[in-house]
Structures are given as structure tokens and as C-alpha cells.
Design a protein around this ligand. Structure first.
Ligand SMILES: [Zn+2]
Length: 303
């Protein structure tokens, strides 16, 4: 029976329920609350919003990994940090994930001869990264995507991920190490394009064009100096310095905003797809746990 027909003798009982309904309508429902915009920046969330962020991201967090090193004569020391954070923050806006603050404690021994390089010891790099991912996981990040912004980390990060198997962890480390599409977009003008070259300079024009000094790009040479004579399958730590002593590989003066926009959009989209794939991954943690269990008693493991 409708409420209004029961209270024809007095107005008082109808006013209270109406007042209550008006009051309740001003309080957001749980569903509405879930739609509230949450920052993707770890450091911008309140403690309560952080809890909601972890829930919304299904425990998926990004650790964008930069570095402080010379980038030719024309780009800022923090190029990799600024670029990878721009890509990660935009990707997380597309597919919600909590993004860890500035992190730049990686492998850069080969640039210690240049001003502004911060090169932590091997022990410190591994210990800090382990404690960082452990702390992230303790706070609910059970899927940690390390988005690499720096070429010098390309051996460190797979090694770090692999070494997670040496003792049990209740989380999975995923390494995403792509920054530049292999094809498509505006035609490139240069062939050698590794460090502070055409692609990297173009990309830097998107997040922080004010830090790009294109007019200085030819003040030093980014050409391969070929100062080592060894077969290609022999590796030495000095290979990079032998080829590119000015910590510059390519020609940044060829950069364009169009190429930068194409590459940055590709980076963001590819990283957003990766976040989606990681959220959907229900195999890795199960397999890790199975592996940790079996590794306690290898003689019982059947072929
Ligand atoms: Zn770089």
C-alpha cells in the first residue's frame, strides 16, 4: 500500500519519511562512491583512498623506473624518469593502477664520467628494488609492473624478476620494457637512434618540451666511434663507452613533435594494454606458489 494513503489524518508521519529520503539522497551510495575519481599517484591518495585504489586496481601497481644520466648535449638528466612517468601516469588513467612515486635508482655505471649521473652500487640497486617491491606488496600491490624507462636497466630488471624465484614472495613482478614502436608513424630520418637520438628527443617534446634544447643537439657527436675491435658475440662492460664516449647515440636534431606524439601515444596504449593483461593474469602467482612448494623438496618432484 502506498505510504501517502496511510497518513491521510495527519501530516506529521509523512514529513519525516520525506525528510529522511531527502537526507539520504544527498549521501552517495556505495556504487556511486566506487565511481569517485581517484588519483593514480600513490603520494596523492589519502590512506583511505589508497585502500580504495588498491581495491579498484585489483592489486595492480606500476613502478615507473627512470634514471639520472646525461642525455646528449640537449636533453635533461631526468629524461628517462620524466618520460616513463608521463607514459605510466597516462596509461594508469586509461586502466586504473596505483603508480609509485619517482624512482631512479638503476644501473648507470657507464655514465659515471659525465656530470649529473647518479650511479648506485650493484648491491644498493638490488636491495632497494627488493625492499621497494616488498613494501609495495605489503600494502596490497600483489601485481607489480616495473615499467622501464632506461636502456641501461635492460639486464638488471629481468635478473631482478628471475631472482624472485630464490625465495617465496606473495606477489608477482612483471617487467615491461618497451618504449619505442618498431614500425609505423612518421618516417624516421636517422638510422642510429639509441640514446638522446631522434626518437628519444622527439618523445621528450611531449611531456616537457621546455627541457629540450634542439639547437644544442649538434654541439657533440652522437656517431659510433668504433673504438673496440671484438666479435659481436663478445660482451664487455666498456662497450658503450667505446662506441659512444659522449653518452650520445644518434642525432637529436632530427626530432619532431609529430614523431614524439606517435611514439608516446604508442607507449601509453601499449602500457595500458599491459596493465589490462596483468589484471587478467591468474596463472603467474599460482605457478609461483606451486614452484616454491616443489622447490622445498626437489627429490620428490616428478618429471
Ligand atoms: Zn634515455
Amino acid at each position: 500500500m502506498p505510504m501517502t494513503t496511510t497518513t491521510t489524518t495527519s501530516t506529521r508521519p509523512t514529513i519525516l519519511p520525506i525528510l529522511l529520503m531527502v537526507l539520504l539522497s544527498t549521501i552517495p551510495s556505495a556504487a556511486q562512491a566506487a565511481q569517485t575519481k581517484l588519483s593514480v599517484h600513490w603520494e596523492e591518495l589519502t590512506a583511505a583512498d589508497f585502500r580504495e585504489g588498491i581495491h579498484r586496481s585489483q592489486g595492480t601497481c606500476l613502478l615507473p623506473f627512470g634514471i639520472l644520466e646525461k642525455h646528449g648535449p640537449h636533453l635533461p638528466l631526468g629524461t628517462d624518469l620524466l618520460d616513463v612517468r608521463y607514459a605510466a601516469l597516462h596509461a594508469a588513467e586509461q586502466e586504473y593502477a596505483v603508480v609509485f612515486p619517482e624512482y631512479y635508482f638503476g644501473q648507470i655505471a657507464e655514465a659515471r664520467h659525465e656530470p649529473g649521473t647518479v650511479a648506485y652500487s650493484r648491491e644498493m640497486q638490488l636491495a632497494l628494488l627488493q625492499e621497494t617491491t616488498d613494501e609495495m606488496a605489503r600494502n596490497g600491490c600483489k601485481k607489480i609492473i616495473i615499467a622501464n624507462g632506461h636502456g641501461g636497466n635492460e639486464h638488471l630488471l629481468p635478473f631482478f624478476a628471475q631472482s624472485q624465484l630464490d625465495k617465496p614472495h606473495d606477489y608477482v613482478v612483471y617487467v615491461f620494457d618497451e618504449r619505442t614502436p618498431q614500425s609505423g608513424g612518421p618516417a624516421k630520418k636517422t638510422k642510429m637512434d639509441m640514446h638522446a637520438g631522434e626518437s628519444e628527443t622527439s618523445k621528450m617534446m611531449i611531456p616537457r618540451p621546455d627541457t629540450v634544447h634542439l639547437d644544442r643537439a649538434n654541439q657533440e657527436s652522437g656517431a659510433d666511434q668504433h673504438r673496440q675491435n671484438l666479435p659481436e658475440d663478445v660482451y664487455t662492460g666498456i662497450w658503450w663507452y667505446a662506441r659512444f664516449p659522449y653518452h650520445y647515440s644518434g642525432d637529436g636534431s632530427a626530432a619532431t613533435r609529430e614523431l614524439g606524439k606517435f611514439q608516446m601515444d604508442w607507449w601509453i596504449d601499449t602500457l595500458a594494454k599491459t596493465i589490462r593483461a596483468v589484471k587478467a593474469d591468474d596463472a603467474s602467482l599460482k605457478l609461483q606458489n606451486e614452484f616454491y612448494e616443489k622447490s622445498k623438496h626437489p627429490l620428490e618432484t616428478q618429471p
